[in-house]
Design a protein around this ligand. Structure first.
Ligand code: GLU
Length: 428
């Protein structure tokens, strides 16, 4: 989350400047990419169960839509700020470009702790938010999706409310919907699966072989991305030695029994009791989890968890960012100097928006794919873009983060430039 001494949007722009050196882009393109095309603030009156009225504040940012409709999730969180929403929308712009999807970038958020609301209040808030921004979104305009603390059910309410406003069914206006309502098979675990496909590519590059030596992974966050990633890695022979939720973390030197943990009763996003997670499991703090001696650390929760405060204590060899913005720009340099490889969010977690793109395509066609088709196509996209970024980073001797931004700029640049730059006028 953004804190007063750390303006998350200002930090996001610093990476643009760093990457610009490695991509052929017109200075005017960079100028245009420094601010969002549109930023809305709305107030959402919600009748609470006790009869009182509460006014919530929501945002929707259409950062850029040159390569296609804006695309990006909606989060419900008490720490949402305009700067954070802009940063997230900026990252979506680059994520869609890295992944080669025909989308721009957007993001939305509502300042609320949804867990303090009843289900009925959450539904009224979700519908109220969509009524407030309905005029600014659309299948070919800006397409929301789930993000932190929002899910398929909330997308279903939102898509239904949008249909009420416009007077027709328009399933492609929102992705991440339940399958019964036009969602795509495979969207629910797409973020984690995309990250897992990257892990399989990395294995080859790094010579990891779990049969010879089981590699150790720590996962920060037990929401949709963290939980599914832990499941896929565990099933593939990795030792998932640590996982955390917002209250704390669990550690087991021999590897947690992730399969048992997923079967055990637990609230969404929260860990089960340690006694259900494998013999010898003990409680540790969130800070200790980040600093575990592991082969790979997977931050899968919120922004700014690896900062200049703890970067030098991170022992992982590789960081795979399933969350958006978990490593600050200051920490980036410190990790790079110590040889820690960071697979950046805009590449590592692009599986979610890639399957959102598949959902949007299926909605437009009215023709639906099998789970295998979705998975195979996702693998294709993840492998293709991972190797493009890996090769580009190698060619310039830079980290994967700036490599990914440069790769995105190679797609964003020609698109923005084809709409006109001063160079063209100078030729006349
Ligand atoms: N919220 C997800 C992300 O940050 C998914 C966005 C989408 O599917 O549009 O990538």
């Amino acid at each position: 989350m953004s804190t007063p001494h750390n303006d998350v949007f200002a930090d996001a722009l610093k990476r643009l400047d760093l990457a610009a050196q490695y991509a052929k882009v017109d200075p005017e393109t960079l100028l245009r990419l420094r601010q969002p095309k549109q930023f809305l603030e709305v107030s959402i009156p919600v009748r609470m169960d006790n009869g009182s009225l509460r006014i919530f504040t929501g945002y929707r940012c259409k950062y850029d839509d040159t390569r296609g409709p804006a695309k990006g999730g909606i989060r419900f969180h008490q720490d949402v700020t305009p700067s954070e929403v802009k940063a997230l929308a900026f990252w979506m712009t680059f994520k869609c470009a890295v992944a080669g999807l025909p989308f721009g970038g957007g993001k939305g958020g509502v300042i609320v702790n949804p867990f303090e609301l009843s289900m009925a209040e959450r539904e009224r808030l979700s519908r109220g938010y969509i009524r407030a921004i309905a005029w600014a979104i659309g299948t070919d305009v800006d397409v929301p999706a789930p993000d932190v603390n929002t899910n398929g059910l909330i997308m279903a309410w939102m898509a239904d409310e949008y249909s009420n406003v416009v007077g027709r069914r328009e399933p492609g206006v929102i992705t991440g919907k339940p399958v019964a309502m036009g969602g795509s098979l495979g969207r629910d675990d797409a973020t984690a699966r995309g990250g897992f496909f990257i892990l399989k590519e990395l294995e080859v590059k790094l010579g990891w072989d779990n049969k010879k030596q089981a590699r150790r992974i720590a996962v920060q966050g037990f929401g949709n991305a963290g939980e599914n990633f832990a499941r896929l890695a565990h099933a593939d022979g990795y030792q998932v030695v640590g996982v955390s939720d917002s209250n704390g973390a669990l550690y087991n030197a021999a590897g947690l029994d992730i399969a048992a943990m997923l079967k055990a009763e637990h609230k969404p996003g929260l860990l089960p009791d340690p006694s259900l997670c494998g013999a010898g499991t003990k409680k540790i703090t969130n800070a200790e989890l980040l600093e575990l001696d592991v082969d790979m650390l997977v931050p899968a929760a919120v922004e700014n968890v690896i900062t200049e405060e703890n970067a030098n204590r991170i022992k992982a060899k590789v960081i795979l960012e399933l969350a958006n913005g978990p490593v600050t720009v200051q920490a980036d340099g410190m990790l790079e100097r110590r040889g820690v490889m960071v697979i950046p969010d805009i590449l590592a977690n692009s599986g979610g928006v890639t399957v959102s793109y598949f959902e949007w395509t299926q909605n437009k066609m009215g023709f639906y794919w099998t789970a295998e088709e979705v998975r195979e196509r996702l693998a294709l996209y993840m492998r293709r873009e991972f190797s493009a970024v890996f090769d580009l980073a190698k060619k310039h001797g830079i980290g994967m983060r700036i490599g990914a931004y440069a790769h995105a700029l190679e797609r964003l640049g020609p698109a923005l430039e084809s709409t006109g730059t001063a160079k063209r006028y100078a030729k006349e």
